[in-house]
Each structure stands twice: as C-alpha cells, then as structure tokens.
Write a protein that binds this ligand. Structure first.
Ligand code: FE2
Ligand code: FE2
Length: 261
C-alpha cells in the first residue's frame, strides 16, 4: 500500500449567528478559519480531512449547516464529517453528507489508499444530551465488518471518547457503551490501526489491549485534563490544533500540531 496522509480535526463548534459569538468562551469562527488556512498551506500532500464532530455549536436552524459547508469548501481536499453531541445528525447528513433522506445514524464506510474507514455516529437525538451512545444495530454493523476476513488496515472514527479517561468531571459524557465497542473492536485488533475521536478538546492517547484511541484538540477552546481531575480546566492558550496522520504498510504516525493565532 502507498502512504496515506490525512488531517484529523474536531470540535469546531462554529456559531454562525453573530449574536452568539459573545458567549462566555468567545467566538469560534476565527479558530476554524485559521485552521483551514493552515491545512491548505501544509507543505505535504494530504488526501482528506476527517472531522469528528461538534461541527456547529447547538444549531437552531438547518441552514446553519449550509454555512458550515461554505466554510469547509475553502479546504482544497474533501472532508468526512461526523456529528457530535452539539450537532443535529439529520441536518448534518443532509447538508454535509448530501443525503436527501437522512438515516437514523450518519454511520458509513469508505476506502482510501487501501485502508478501510468505518465512521460511527455516536450522537443521540436528544437536545442537551452530551453523553454518546451506539445503538445495537450500529454495533452489529461494526461487528460484521470487524469479524470479516479482511486484509486491509482499518481505521475507526467517532465523536465521543469511548473509554474512561479517569477524569471524574468528564465521566458522565463519554460514550455510554464504550466497553461494548471495545469488545467488538478486539475482533479486528490485528488490523485496526487507530480509533480517532474528538469531544475532549485535547490531544490524548489511550492504549488498551494494543488498540490506540487518539483524540485531538479543538479549533475553538482547549481543555487540559489530568488523572483524577475534579473540575473542567481550560488551557490558557486558545490555539487550534489538528493531528496529521500518516499510514504506511507497517506504521501509523500521528503528529500533534498547533496553529498559532
Ligand atoms: Fe466539543
Ligand atoms: Fe462533544
């Protein structure tokens, strides 16, 4: 297989209504615009961008996703979007996935550079619910693919952090059935390169049973967490971040990058 490089971004939380940009944490749009400029100026060739959700921040109108589409069209490569807990999956699917009739979930599969990508929609259709969940039919869909006799390297992505980060204040908003997800993923352990997620607004790696779970910084506000942390703590620097991922025949490289604002 040839080397495949893509950019993992997440949690842009774009607020298209100018009246909402004065909220507590400040506007989100400048970070996303800076990130897009940065990605377009990368000195290496990338194949696509993977956005693991919280594309918008609690949208109130479906048209807001059209504005997000216009924004991300500035990127010179395709973007694969997943919804997060602050998104509306049905609206996102129509605008950003081109699905006229949205499915119950935005799950899908594609292949790039000989690598199989499985994208899981962990959002739930309840406004204000920040914990994620995968329905039994989603796990069955995944299990069918993980159990298959497939030689291709595999990458899985979703919005929510599947496993506990041992950060008490964050515990109640990770994926509700992440342990069940991990059991399914073990079926493909030998070819599973990485599970990419967002949600925590921080670049962190959890390695369990040989499976790496890699999150990424936000393009809006950043969190800084540690073992046993009781309360949310914002990183003083607001610099957006992204991860530059390269897959080769044998290796998986994840480079953690920041965009200076
Ligand atoms: Fe977020
Ligand atoms: Fe989130």
């Amino acid at each position: 297989m040839q080397a495949l490089t893509f950019v993992h971004i997440s949690d842009s939380h774009v607020m298209t209504d100018p009246d909402r940009t004065g909220m507590q944490y400040g506007p989100s749009l400048p970070g996303t615009e800076a990130l897009i400029r940065e990605i377009n100026g990368l000195p290496c060739q990338i194949d696509f961008v993977l956005h693991t959700g919280d594309v918008l921040h609690d949208p109130e109108r479906e048209e807001e996703y059209q504005q997000a589409l216009e924004l991300y069209r500035r990127l010179s490569v395709p973007v694969h979007f997943l919804p997060g807990n602050h998104d509306r999956s049905d609206w996102l699917q129509r605008a950003l996935l081109g699905r006229e009739a949205p499915a119950a979930h935005a799950d899908r599969e594609f292949e790039a550079g000989g690598v199989q990508f499985l994208l899981l929609d962990s959002s739930v259709p309840v406004v204000g619910e920040h914990q994620g969940q995968l329905e039994p039919e989603q796990l069955a869909w995944l299990e069918q693919r993980c159990a298959a006799d497939d030689p291709r390297p595999l990458v899985v992505a979703l919005h929510h952090n599947p496993l506990s980060l041992l950060v008490p204040w964050f515990e109640h908003i990770v994926l509700r059935n992440g342990e069940a997800l991990h059991e399914v993923l073990l079926l493909a352990r030998n070819r599973l390169r990485c599970v990419f997620c967002g949600h925590i607004h921080e670049s962190s790696l959890t390695l369990r049973d040989g499976i790496p779970y890699q999150s990424v910084r936000s393009s809006w506000l950043q969190m800084q967490t540690w073992f046993g942390q009781e309360h949310l703590y914002m990183e003083p620097l607001r610099w957006p971040g992204y991860n530059l991922v390269t897959l080769t025949e044998r290796d998986t490289f994840v480079r953690h990058c920041r965009v200076r604002m």
